[in-house]
Design a protein. Structure first.
Length: 183
């Protein structure tokens, strides 16, 4: 592993732990045991560093989902994805993505482009998992849109802090996804 990759790994760990909002180079560099000049040398700018962190976080999350064994059904796959979303490292990766995507929604670059790139990678890995779990390939695009959007919503929901209510909502989604896959 080269110096840039080593720094990226440490910076990504830090950002996953502490968040993207309010990130500045000097405190970040101190936290990962380097200088802000070294970060700029290896990444060029704060924005380029954040882009690399978002990409690394997405790659980590994609590896987690890609390693999931196929589920017995689409319903089971959706429920398993939710359980995986609620655990580390995926929970922090999703939160980081949401922070970057929120900045992208108001038009800030590079976050808007980063979010699009992450979305494409994420959709591919979710689609692969759903197909491996029994979803027909010709419907997987619709399923990914439904499942991904809804699970992100559940991840962000503040309507309840009772996990059993969220789990019931996720299972309702899973039933709908199963129906879409089999209709």
């Amino acid at each position: 592993m080269g110096r840039r990759e080593e720094l990226l790994d440490r910076v990504t760990d830090h950002v996953l732990s502490d968040g993207l909002i309010g990130l500045t180079l000097r405190p970040l560099a101190a936290a990962v045991g380097t200088s802000d000049r070294m970060l700029l040398y290896h990444f060029g700018s704060r924005d380029a560093l954040v882009s690399a962190v978002v990409a690394e976080s997405t790659a980590r999350a994609a590896r987690v989902v890609g390693a999931l064994p196929p589920a017995a059904s689409v319903r089971d796959a959706v429920n398993r994805l939710w359980e995986t979303y609620r655990q580390e490292p995926l929970r922090s990766c999703l939160t980081l993505y949401v922070q970057a995507a929120a900045s992208g929604l108001i038009g800030e670059e590079p976050y808007r482009s980063d979010a699009r790139t992450s979305n494409q990678q994420w959709a591919a890995v979710l689609g692969d998992h759903l197909v491996a779990s029994g979803a027909p390939a010709e419907r997987v695009g619709r399923l990914v849109t439904l499942v991904d959007s809804a699970l992100y919503g559940f991840h962000l929901t503040l309507i309840t802090d009772r996990p059993e209510e969220l789990a019931q909502g996720v299972d309702d989604l899973a039933v709908a996804a199963e129906a879409l896959a089999t209709s």
